[in-house]
Structures are given as C-alpha cells and as structure tokens.
Design a protein around this ligand. Structure first.
Ligand code: SF4
Length: 283
C-alpha cells in the first residue's frame, strides 16, 4: 500500500506537478498582466476597444483585432469587421482602438435587440479576437447585455496606453448579414403563427404533406429562439434554456412539424415519417 502511494506521488510530481504549476502560472498570468479587452464609450467615439496587457511580463505584438456580432434568433442580425496592423506597426503595448463603424452598425451593437424576438438580447454575443505577430489568437466572447452594461463603466486609461483613432476597418472584412440567411422570407410570416398561438386561433394554412410523423425529437444545440413553438405550440415547448417535445404531443399535424423543423435556425428538430397510406392502413 505504501509503495502504491509512493508511486502515485512520484507520478503526480513527474506529470501532475509541472502541469498543475503550469496551470497556476497561466491563471495568475491571466489575472495579473494577461491580455484583456474592454469596450468603452468616450465623448469622441461612441465605441472603442481597450486592449490591455502587461508588456513587461507578456511580450506580444498585436497585429489584428476581429470583431463579430451575432444575434441568434430567426432573422437576427450579424456583422463582422477586422482591423489589421501591418507588422511594422503591430501594437506592442496596451491601446485603445476607436471602432470606426457606420452609425447603423453601432446601433445594431448597442440596441436592445430585435423587437420581434423577446430573447434577442439574451441570444446575442459579441466576440473579439486578438491576433498576435507570432500567430497566437485569443478569443473573448461577451454577451450583448453585459457589453451594453459595460459601456457605462468608468475606465481609467493608463497614460502609457496608445490611443488609435485613425484606423478604419479592413475593407475586405466587412460583412453585415442577417442570420439565418435561408429563412428570412419565411420569418416574415412568423408573427402570424405566434399571433395565432397567443389568441388561440388557427395557425396559418400550410401546404398539405403526404406523410405522417411517427416520432419527433430535439438534438442538442437549441438556441431557444421560440420559432418551433410558434409553428406548432401543441408539440414544442420552449423552456428557459432549451426546447422540448411536449409529453404525449399530438403528431397528427405533420405539416406543422415539418414547418417547425425547416424553420429551426440550427436544424436540431428531427422527426421520422411514413407515407400517409402506410400510417392509415390496418395492421
Ligand atoms: S428547437 Fe430550433 S426552432 Fe425550436 S427553439 Fe430551439 S432553436 Fe428555436
């Protein structure tokens, strides 16, 4: 027994010890001196980004900042921009980058989300990627609600911090789009289905289908966008963090289930089907 414990200790010191020490160093480095990003609002610029680190303990040169925004609800908005510094002008100390984005994009980033989707704000994320000259990339994901709240924080800017106000977004990186692209037209119809649910009325008519649904399930990855419940409220139940198929859900409205599956922006609704004749023929 003693030998076993001794062997375990040796293995820990040989493998676990250095790894644990490394993990502690990485954590400490991140807390004090590691790379951080923070959005801020100044009287001169509606949106800037502070990229900071301790350049004495952390010798990096930043060559690119990439900003992505995505609103994960049907018809939600998204945008992506990058700001590249040539190698010779790579940033080797903390800096504030004025984000020179068009006014309508600043609005997309700072508004309360699509008014047609109550969860739009909750389902939106802003991510910032910081690329360094040696090819390392660090990614920060910030929920939109937290991002908006942080804009009212007071931030002390170190006098050593460089203020960059003359950098335009890379022209080749500009992509503003609507997510998901394929469903934009159908989503125009979505409020009708939701209204039908709210009033208890009949859903909008759908094209008949020639099959019966035998089983419905939801795979992991639901983004709680509510679309399926608006399509087929008797079948789908969107809860706080996922959607479920209701217990004993009636599967007789195959067209509604098909529409819900096709409208799911992340394709997690699955169902099995049989030809209608097979479903109705005697056993
Ligand atoms: S299952 Fe799909 S359609 Fe339903 S809430 Fe989740 S993501 Fe939205």
């Amino acid at each position: 027994m003693a030998n076993l414990l001794l062997s375990a200790l040796v293995v820990f010191l040989l493998l676990g010890g250095p790894l644990t020490l490394y993990a502690v160093i990485v954590i400490l480095n991140n807390v004090w001196g590691g790379l951080k990003v923070k959005f801020l609002k100044t009287p001169e610029n509606p949106l800037s980004l502070l990229v900071s680190w301790d350049n004495e303990s952390y010798e990096i040169k930043v060559t690119r900042i990439k900003l992505d925004f995505i609103e994960l609800v049907p018809g939600g908005r998204a945008l992506s921009h990058s700001f590249t510094f040539e190698d010779s002008s790579a940033k080797n100390k903390s800096f504030v980058l004025a984000l020179k984005l068009p006014e309508d994009e600043i609005k997309i980033l700072t508004d309360a989300g699509l008014s047609t989707h109550p969860r739009a704000l909750k389902q939106s994320t802003i991510s910032v990627e910081v690329e360094t000259l040696n090819g390392e990339t660090r990614r920060f994901k910030i929920p939109k609600a937290k991002f908006i709240k942080s804009l009212s924080d007071t931030i002390e800017i170190d006098s050593e911090t460089e203020i960059v106000t003359d950098k335009n977004p890379d022209s080749w990186s500009v992509q503003t789009r609507v997510f998901p692209w394929k469903k934009v037209e159908e989503e125009v119809e979505a409020p009708k289905a939701g209204a039908a649910k709210a009033t208890g009325g009949a859903p909008a008519p759908r094209a008949p289908v020639d099959f019966a649904v035998t089983k419905v399930w939801i795979e992991p990855g639901c983004i709680v966008c509510d679309a399926c419940e608006a399509e087929a409220p008797l079948v789908f139940w969107v809860k706080e963090d996922t959607c479920i198929v209701r217990e004993n859900a009636p599967l007789d409205d195959a067209a509604a289930i098909k529409a819900a599956a096709e409208g799911c922006p992340v394709d997690v609704i699955k169902f099995t089907k049989v030809p209608k004749a097979a479903a109705t023929s005697p056993a």
